[in-house]
Design a protein around this ligand. Structure first.
Ligand SMILES: C[S@@+](CC[C@H](N)C(=O)[O-])C[C@H]1O[C@@H](n2cnc3c(N)ncnc32)[C@H](O)[C@@H]1O
Length: 293
Protein backbone atom coordinates (compact mmCIF):
# COMPACT_ATOMS: atom_id res chain seq x y z
CA UNK A 1 0.00 0.00 0.00
CA UNK A 2 1.25 3.48 -0.87
CA UNK A 3 2.50 5.23 2.27
CA UNK A 4 2.30 9.00 2.25
CA UNK A 5 4.58 10.84 4.64
CA UNK A 6 2.35 13.12 6.60
CA UNK A 7 3.80 16.60 6.77
CA UNK A 8 3.43 16.80 10.54
CA UNK A 9 5.49 13.59 10.87
CA UNK A 10 8.42 15.23 9.25
CA UNK A 11 8.64 18.91 9.97
CA UNK A 12 7.24 21.25 12.49
CA UNK A 13 7.02 24.49 10.64
CA UNK A 14 4.41 27.11 10.16
CA UNK A 15 5.04 27.12 6.42
CA UNK A 16 3.14 25.06 3.89
CA UNK A 17 4.12 21.39 3.79
CA UNK A 18 3.99 18.90 0.95
CA UNK A 19 3.34 15.19 0.91
CA UNK A 20 5.92 12.78 -0.45
CA UNK A 21 4.47 9.63 -1.99
CA UNK A 22 6.26 6.26 -2.12
CA UNK A 23 6.57 6.60 -5.88
CA UNK A 24 8.20 10.03 -5.61
CA UNK A 25 10.50 8.82 -2.84
CA UNK A 26 11.56 5.84 -4.99
CA UNK A 27 12.25 8.15 -7.94
CA UNK A 28 14.39 10.45 -5.75
CA UNK A 29 16.33 7.49 -4.30
CA UNK A 30 17.06 6.16 -7.78
CA UNK A 31 18.21 9.56 -9.00
CA UNK A 32 20.53 10.03 -5.99
CA UNK A 33 21.99 6.57 -6.52
CA UNK A 34 22.52 7.09 -10.25
CA UNK A 35 24.04 10.55 -9.77
CA UNK A 36 26.21 10.06 -6.68
CA UNK A 37 26.31 6.40 -5.63
CA UNK A 38 24.63 7.34 -2.35
CA UNK A 39 22.16 4.69 -1.21
CA UNK A 40 19.01 5.97 0.48
CA UNK A 41 16.39 3.79 2.11
CA UNK A 42 13.25 4.15 4.19
CA UNK A 43 15.30 5.17 7.27
CA UNK A 44 16.45 8.27 5.38
CA UNK A 45 12.96 9.26 4.24
CA UNK A 46 12.46 11.91 6.88
CA UNK A 47 15.87 13.43 6.22
CA UNK A 48 15.17 13.55 2.46
CA UNK A 49 11.79 15.12 3.17
CA UNK A 50 13.26 17.85 5.39
CA UNK A 51 16.10 18.72 3.04
CA UNK A 52 13.91 18.81 -0.05
CA UNK A 53 11.21 20.83 1.67
CA UNK A 54 13.86 23.52 2.08
CA UNK A 55 14.78 23.24 -1.60
CA UNK A 56 11.16 23.42 -2.81
CA UNK A 57 10.65 26.55 -0.71
CA UNK A 58 13.71 28.17 -2.26
CA UNK A 59 12.36 27.36 -5.71
CA UNK A 60 8.79 28.24 -4.76
CA UNK A 61 7.69 24.86 -6.08
CA UNK A 62 4.23 23.89 -4.82
CA UNK A 63 4.59 20.09 -4.42
CA UNK A 64 7.02 17.18 -4.61
CA UNK A 65 5.17 16.05 -7.72
CA UNK A 66 6.16 19.33 -9.34
CA UNK A 67 9.72 19.08 -7.98
CA UNK A 68 10.15 15.54 -9.36
CA UNK A 69 8.84 16.75 -12.72
CA UNK A 70 11.36 19.61 -12.63
CA UNK A 71 14.16 17.08 -12.03
CA UNK A 72 12.92 15.02 -14.97
CA UNK A 73 12.49 17.97 -17.37
CA UNK A 74 15.33 20.17 -16.29
CA UNK A 75 17.62 17.33 -15.37
CA UNK A 76 21.13 18.76 -15.25
CA UNK A 77 20.26 22.23 -14.05
CA UNK A 78 18.48 21.10 -10.88
CA UNK A 79 20.12 17.75 -10.27
CA UNK A 80 23.32 19.37 -8.90
CA UNK A 81 21.27 21.39 -6.38
CA UNK A 82 19.30 18.26 -5.55
CA UNK A 83 22.52 16.32 -4.82
CA UNK A 84 23.89 19.29 -2.83
CA UNK A 85 20.73 19.18 -0.72
CA UNK A 86 20.98 15.43 -0.11
CA UNK A 87 24.69 15.04 0.78
CA UNK A 88 25.71 14.89 4.43
CA UNK A 89 28.73 17.12 4.91
CA UNK A 90 29.65 16.56 8.55
CA UNK A 91 33.35 17.16 9.12
CA UNK A 92 35.82 18.91 11.43
CA UNK A 93 39.45 19.98 11.68
CA UNK A 94 41.74 17.03 12.53
CA UNK A 95 38.79 14.64 12.59
CA UNK A 96 40.05 11.13 13.41
CA UNK A 97 43.27 12.54 14.79
CA UNK A 98 45.19 9.25 14.56
CA UNK A 99 45.37 9.69 10.77
CA UNK A 100 47.16 13.02 11.18
CA UNK A 101 49.46 11.51 13.83
CA UNK A 102 50.37 8.74 11.38
CA UNK A 103 50.95 11.28 8.61
CA UNK A 104 53.14 13.53 10.79
CA UNK A 105 55.00 10.91 12.77
CA UNK A 106 55.40 8.01 10.34
CA UNK A 107 54.61 8.65 6.72
CA UNK A 108 56.01 12.14 6.08
CA UNK A 109 59.25 11.66 8.09
CA UNK A 110 59.95 8.45 6.12
CA UNK A 111 59.39 10.30 2.81
CA UNK A 112 61.66 13.16 3.92
CA UNK A 113 64.31 10.73 5.00
CA UNK A 114 64.23 8.91 1.68
CA UNK A 115 64.83 12.16 -0.19
CA UNK A 116 67.39 13.60 2.21
CA UNK A 117 70.39 12.64 0.13
CA UNK A 118 68.85 12.10 -3.29
CA UNK A 119 68.55 14.66 -6.05
CA UNK A 120 65.40 13.17 -7.54
CA UNK A 121 62.31 15.31 -7.65
CA UNK A 122 60.83 16.05 -4.25
CA UNK A 123 57.24 15.66 -5.37
CA UNK A 124 54.41 14.95 -2.98
CA UNK A 125 50.74 14.65 -3.94
CA UNK A 126 47.85 14.21 -1.52
CA UNK A 127 44.19 13.84 -2.47
CA UNK A 128 41.28 14.59 -0.15
CA UNK A 129 38.61 12.81 -2.21
CA UNK A 130 35.45 13.90 -0.34
CA UNK A 131 36.69 17.11 1.24
CA UNK A 132 33.32 18.57 2.28
CA UNK A 133 33.72 22.16 3.58
CA UNK A 134 37.52 21.89 3.62
CA UNK A 135 38.45 21.12 7.22
CA UNK A 136 40.08 17.86 6.08
CA UNK A 137 42.41 19.30 3.38
CA UNK A 138 43.35 22.30 5.58
CA UNK A 139 44.24 19.88 8.40
CA UNK A 140 46.35 17.89 5.93
CA UNK A 141 48.06 21.11 4.80
CA UNK A 142 48.83 22.08 8.42
CA UNK A 143 50.36 18.63 9.06
CA UNK A 144 52.31 18.78 5.83
CA UNK A 145 53.75 22.28 6.28
CA UNK A 146 54.50 21.58 9.96
CA UNK A 147 56.59 18.53 9.05
CA UNK A 148 58.29 20.08 6.02
CA UNK A 149 59.12 23.20 8.06
CA UNK A 150 62.06 25.07 6.50
CA UNK A 151 62.30 22.43 3.75
CA UNK A 152 58.91 23.47 2.30
CA UNK A 153 60.47 25.53 -0.49
CA UNK A 154 62.53 22.65 -1.85
CA UNK A 155 59.41 20.46 -2.10
CA UNK A 156 56.79 20.40 -4.82
CA UNK A 157 54.00 19.47 -2.39
CA UNK A 158 50.36 19.83 -3.37
CA UNK A 159 46.95 18.80 -2.11
CA UNK A 160 43.95 18.19 -4.37
CA UNK A 161 40.62 18.57 -2.55
CA UNK A 162 37.44 17.42 -4.29
CA UNK A 163 33.79 16.82 -3.49
CA UNK A 164 30.63 16.20 -5.50
CA UNK A 165 28.80 19.03 -3.69
CA UNK A 166 29.54 22.38 -5.36
CA UNK A 167 28.34 24.37 -2.32
CA UNK A 168 30.81 22.77 0.08
CA UNK A 169 33.63 23.11 -2.43
CA UNK A 170 32.91 26.87 -2.60
CA UNK A 171 33.00 27.12 1.22
CA UNK A 172 36.22 25.10 1.32
CA UNK A 173 37.81 27.35 -1.27
CA UNK A 174 36.92 30.49 0.69
CA UNK A 175 38.70 29.11 3.78
CA UNK A 176 36.38 31.14 6.02
CA UNK A 177 34.75 29.51 9.07
CA UNK A 178 32.95 30.58 12.21
CA UNK A 179 35.59 30.74 14.89
CA UNK A 180 34.15 28.03 17.12
CA UNK A 181 35.14 25.49 14.42
CA UNK A 182 38.68 25.74 15.81
CA UNK A 183 37.81 26.04 19.51
CA UNK A 184 39.18 22.54 20.22
CA UNK A 185 42.43 23.17 18.35
CA UNK A 186 45.73 23.65 20.12
CA UNK A 187 46.11 27.44 20.68
CA UNK A 188 49.58 27.70 19.09
CA UNK A 189 48.38 25.85 16.02
CA UNK A 190 45.28 28.05 15.80
CA UNK A 191 47.33 31.26 16.03
CA UNK A 192 49.83 30.09 13.45
CA UNK A 193 47.42 28.88 10.77
CA UNK A 194 44.25 30.97 11.13
CA UNK A 195 43.66 34.70 10.79
CA UNK A 196 41.02 36.17 13.10
CA UNK A 197 38.41 38.37 11.49
CA UNK A 198 37.89 41.89 12.78
CA UNK A 199 35.12 44.49 12.33
CA UNK A 200 32.40 42.99 10.13
CA UNK A 201 34.30 39.70 10.14
CA UNK A 202 34.39 39.42 13.92
CA UNK A 203 33.54 35.84 14.93
CA UNK A 204 35.06 34.36 11.78
CA UNK A 205 38.50 32.97 11.00
CA UNK A 206 40.30 32.49 7.67
CA UNK A 207 42.88 29.85 6.87
CA UNK A 208 46.43 31.15 6.35
CA UNK A 209 47.46 31.94 2.79
CA UNK A 210 50.31 29.38 2.96
CA UNK A 211 47.71 26.64 3.42
CA UNK A 212 45.55 27.95 0.58
CA UNK A 213 48.58 28.12 -1.73
CA UNK A 214 49.16 24.37 -1.68
CA UNK A 215 45.53 23.24 -2.07
CA UNK A 216 43.52 23.08 -5.30
CA UNK A 217 39.75 22.69 -4.87
CA UNK A 218 37.55 21.11 -7.55
CA UNK A 219 34.08 19.65 -7.83
CA UNK A 220 34.40 15.95 -8.67
CA UNK A 221 32.17 12.91 -8.40
CA UNK A 222 34.58 10.15 -7.34
CA UNK A 223 32.51 7.61 -9.24
CA UNK A 224 33.13 9.38 -12.55
CA UNK A 225 36.36 9.45 -14.57
CA UNK A 226 39.22 11.19 -12.80
CA UNK A 227 40.80 13.97 -14.87
CA UNK A 228 44.09 13.75 -12.93
CA UNK A 229 46.69 11.16 -13.73
CA UNK A 230 48.38 10.96 -10.31
CA UNK A 231 50.17 9.19 -8.86
CA UNK A 232 49.21 10.19 -5.33
CA UNK A 233 51.34 9.52 -2.27
CA UNK A 234 48.36 9.76 0.07
CA UNK A 235 44.60 9.57 -0.42
CA UNK A 236 42.04 10.53 2.20
CA UNK A 237 38.67 9.02 1.30
CA UNK A 238 36.94 9.21 4.63
CA UNK A 239 33.31 8.90 5.63
CA UNK A 240 31.89 8.78 2.13
CA UNK A 241 32.11 5.09 1.12
CA UNK A 242 29.80 4.38 4.01
CA UNK A 243 27.00 5.91 1.89
CA UNK A 244 27.76 3.56 -1.04
CA UNK A 245 26.76 -0.08 -1.53
CA UNK A 246 29.35 -2.91 -1.60
CA UNK A 247 29.33 -3.05 -5.39
CA UNK A 248 30.24 0.66 -5.68
CA UNK A 249 32.89 0.34 -2.95
CA UNK A 250 34.40 -2.66 -4.73
CA UNK A 251 34.64 -0.69 -7.97
CA UNK A 252 36.22 2.32 -6.24
CA UNK A 253 38.91 0.69 -4.08
CA UNK A 254 40.96 -0.80 -6.96
CA UNK A 255 40.95 2.64 -8.62
CA UNK A 256 42.46 4.18 -5.48
CA UNK A 257 44.99 1.35 -5.44
CA UNK A 258 45.98 2.00 -9.06
CA UNK A 259 46.40 5.78 -8.66
CA UNK A 260 48.51 5.45 -5.48
CA UNK A 261 52.27 5.34 -5.78
CA UNK A 262 53.92 2.16 -4.37
CA UNK A 263 54.27 2.79 -0.64
CA UNK A 264 51.35 5.26 -0.80
CA UNK A 265 48.72 5.44 1.92
CA UNK A 266 44.91 5.28 1.81
CA UNK A 267 43.02 6.60 4.83
CA UNK A 268 39.38 5.51 5.21
CA UNK A 269 36.74 6.72 7.67
CA UNK A 270 36.27 5.18 11.11
CA UNK A 271 33.51 2.76 10.09
CA UNK A 272 34.88 1.89 6.65
CA UNK A 273 37.11 -1.04 5.76
CA UNK A 274 38.70 -3.12 3.04
CA UNK A 275 38.06 -6.85 2.90
CA UNK A 276 41.42 -8.52 3.54
CA UNK A 277 41.49 -10.73 0.46
CA UNK A 278 39.96 -8.24 -2.00
CA UNK A 279 42.95 -5.96 -2.70
CA UNK A 280 46.59 -6.21 -1.90
CA UNK A 281 46.73 -3.29 0.59
CA UNK A 282 48.88 -3.72 3.70
CA UNK A 283 47.14 -2.88 6.95
CA UNK A 284 49.11 -0.19 8.82
CA UNK A 285 46.72 0.69 11.64
CA UNK A 286 43.07 1.50 12.24
CA UNK A 287 41.65 2.44 8.79
CA UNK A 288 45.18 3.05 7.41
CA UNK A 289 46.16 1.04 4.32
CA UNK A 290 49.41 1.01 2.33
CA UNK A 291 50.05 -0.02 -1.25
CA UNK A 292 53.08 -2.34 -1.10
CA UNK A 293 56.44 -1.04 -2.39
C1 LIG B 1 30.49 13.10 5.81
S1 LIG B 1 31.35 14.05 4.63
C2 LIG B 1 33.02 13.54 4.97
C3 LIG B 1 34.01 14.71 4.91
C4 LIG B 1 35.44 14.37 5.27
N1 LIG B 1 36.02 13.42 4.35
C5 LIG B 1 35.52 13.84 6.69
O1 LIG B 1 35.72 12.63 6.89
O2 LIG B 1 35.40 14.65 7.63
C6 LIG B 1 31.00 13.14 3.12
C7 LIG B 1 31.24 13.95 1.86
O3 LIG B 1 31.21 13.08 0.74
C8 LIG B 1 30.69 13.80 -0.36
N2 LIG B 1 30.25 12.85 -1.41
C9 LIG B 1 29.15 12.06 -1.43
N3 LIG B 1 29.10 11.35 -2.56
C10 LIG B 1 30.19 11.71 -3.29
C11 LIG B 1 30.68 11.33 -4.56
N4 LIG B 1 30.05 10.42 -5.33
N5 LIG B 1 31.83 11.91 -5.01
C12 LIG B 1 32.47 12.82 -4.24
N6 LIG B 1 32.05 13.23 -3.02
C13 LIG B 1 30.93 12.67 -2.55
C14 LIG B 1 29.59 14.62 0.26
O4 LIG B 1 29.23 15.74 -0.53
C15 LIG B 1 30.20 15.02 1.61
O5 LIG B 1 30.78 16.30 1.57
Amino acid sequence: MERVLNSSEAVSSRQEKHTLTDKEFRFLCQLVYKSSGIVLDERKREMVYRRLMRRTRELKVASFTEYCQLLKDNHNAEVDNFINAITTNLTSFFREKHHFDYLEQEFLPSVLNKHRRSDDSKRLRIWSAACSTGEEPYSIAISLLSVLGNNSRSWDAKILATDIDSNVVATAQSGVYVDDRISDLDKTLAQKWFVKGTGNNEGFIRTHQNLQDIITFKQLNILHDWPMSGPFDVIFCRNVMIYFDKETQNRLLPRFYDILTPGGILFLGHSESIQKDSINFEFKGKTIFRKPL
